[in-house]
Design a protein. Structure first.
Length: 233
């Protein structure tokens, strides 16, 4: 049973043109040059056969495939299109209409195959794949649509394990106080002291007296002077 649905609208007039077959939307006639899937997925693949409007830029229209025709969707590695085996496939498509009267053809697409996993490897981000949509008439004559697509590595397998958290995971109270200068830094010459009445003072250390002195600026603008408070331990 598939967990998701993949919509694939394709231009029935794009025969023999692998770069124009897949469209950007059910009614959008522009080409989707970046169609991609993910290795390992199992999906319901819904094909929407579409016909381009004679007026360029106008919505496409639905197409019903010939009665008795069957559909086969396969993927082959672009680097070796003559390979004896396919990377993935989908058959058993069923015909229906959506709520807007568009003809749809739905099958199960399994991208969790040994062949596809081997082709993409474990450390490769993606591979180019030639997607083949075969419409086979009841008499056996096929019409083939080709599309150049990308298959991405599934990346996450579920067996990687949980990443180790940093130690410590958060600042200690002392580290937090030091970061925001609420205490004197180690071997530092200044500190910020909160008095009992709530007043906060900036103090500097006098190495001679080994005491802390509060800095008091005063005087009018342009003639500011500084005074030092009595020493504190």
């Amino acid at each position: 049973m598939s967990l998701g649905t993949l919509i694939l609208p394709f231009d029935t007039g794009a025969y023999g043109s692998p770069n124009t077959a897949i469209l950007n939307g059910i009614t959008d006639g522009s080409v989707d040059a970046n169609f991609a899937m993910v290795q390992g997925d199992q999906l319901s693949l819904v094909l929407y056969p579409r016909a381009q409007n004679i007026v360029k830029g106008q919505p496409t229209s639905t197409v019903r495939l010939p009665s008795g025709a069957s559909i086969v969707v396969t993927g082959k590695p672009l680097a070796t299109p003559g390979a004896d085996s396919i990377l993935f496939g989908a058959t058993g498509f069923t015909e229906a209409q959506d709520g807007n009267g568009n003809w749809t053809y739905t099958g199960e697409l399994n991208l969790n195959t040994t062949e596809l996993a081997a082709a993409i490897g474990s450390n490769q981000l993606s591979i180019p794949v030639l997607l083949v949509i075969d419409i086979v008439a009841s008499g056996g004559a096929p019409q083939r649509y080709l599309a150049l697509i990308t298959i991405y590595n599934q990346v996450y397998s579920g067996s990687e394990g949980t990443p180790a958290p940093a130690t410590p995971e958060f600042l200690t109270e002392t580290q937090s106080d030091a970061r925001y200068a609420m205490l004197a830094p180690a071997q530092g010459s200044y500190r910020v002291k909160t008095e009992t009445d709530g007043t906060v003072n900036l103090q500097f250390y006098n190495a001679t007296t080994q005491l802390w002195h509060t800095l008091f600026p005063g005087g009018p603008a342009g003639a500011i002077v500084t005074n030092w408070g009595v020493g504190e331990s």
